[in-house]
Design a protein. Structure first.
Length: 284
């Protein structure tokens, strides 16, 4: 490991909870591989405003991952937001440069690369997204740009979901349908979908036995992607596999968004093989 000095650049993840995060493991392994004087830590943040003041007050900070529940709320504390991230309305990455905080969103490209890696293209397909938070926003905007045959969003928070749908319609011109994530709503939407993308924390460690989709609704023609990556094999993915669905684990999106983050912070090509190996070893 590179010796920590006064020149060491600090990166980290801001979220709540963060105990489950594998970001420190994969980023620190990547820093070591390239011999970079960087270190990555996890920060459980309840007071987001205070945390952002602290970031501005400290030196040697290079960047942060931003995760649940701060991906939208953090926008107001940034000096600049990259065009795609501004359009999405949420960020998952902060780059600190010359005392300024700039926001990016690598969830969008990470999700599309995960689908592609899984052999699936959203173009011409009917896509169902479950959830309406920061990650769901990024994925919805990314998918809408591929010209799907249809896009439906189901969520629990009516106001949050309405805002996302209106933003999508206004900014992309996409024909978007929406509804509440009730069993009746799920039954109708899942029956019409080709691709189901789960974007809520349900099923995340430690509540690993939970799923918001009744197993009886899953059909073999579906592709099911779960963005929850810990555990790797969520209840939703187990149910989907049992129903004969093609499945894409959250690890794929997590890996690809992390690669993009690493390259934003360091300006160097990420050692993706090392990052994947760390993830695989954690779940082996």
């Amino acid at each position: 490991m590179t010796e920590i000095t006064v020149q060491t650049q600090l990166c980290g993840v801001l979220g709540n909870p963060v105990e489950h995060s594998l970001s420190p493991a994969i980023h620190n392994a990547a820093f070591r591989k390239l011999g970079l004087n960087f270190v990555y830590l996890a920060f459980k943040v309840e007071d987001l405003e205070g945390a952002m003041r602290g970031i501005r007050a400290l030196g040697n900070l290079r960047g942060f991952s931003v995760t649940i529940p701060h991906k939208v709320a953090v926008l107001r504390y940034l000096d600049e937001i990259e065009t795609t991230a501004r359009r999405i309305g949420s960020i998952n990455t902060i780059v600190v440069e010359d005392g300024r905080l700039k926001g990016f969103n690598t969830d969008a490209t990470g999700a599309l690369r995960a689908l592609e890696h899984g052999g699936v293209q959203p173009k011409g397909k009917r896509v169902l997204i479950l959830g309406s938070g920061g990650a769901a926003r990024a994925i919805a905007f990314a998918v809408s740009g591929t010209k799907p045959a249809g896009l439906t969003i189901l969520g629990i928070d009516d106001r949050e979901r309405d805002t996302l749908v209106q933003d999508l319609r206004r900014q992309t011109g996409a024909a978007v349908e929406q509804g509440s994530m009730t069993e009746a709503g799920l039954r109708t939407a899942v029956a019409q979908a080709d691709i189901l993308i789960h974007c809520t924390p349900i099923g995340m460690h430690p509540k690993t036995g939970e799923s918001c989709v009744p197993a009886s609704l899953l059909q073999s023609r579906l592709t099911v992607m779960d963005i929850v990556y810990n555990p790797r094999d969520t209840q939703l993915l187990r149910d989907a596999r049992a129903a004969g669905c093609r499945t894409i684990p959250g690890l794929e999106m997590f890996l690809h968004q992390a690669i993009a983050q690493f390259e934003l912070w360091t300006g160097r090509p990420a050692p993706s093989d090392v990052m994947r190996a760390v993830l695989e070893s954690h779940f082996s």
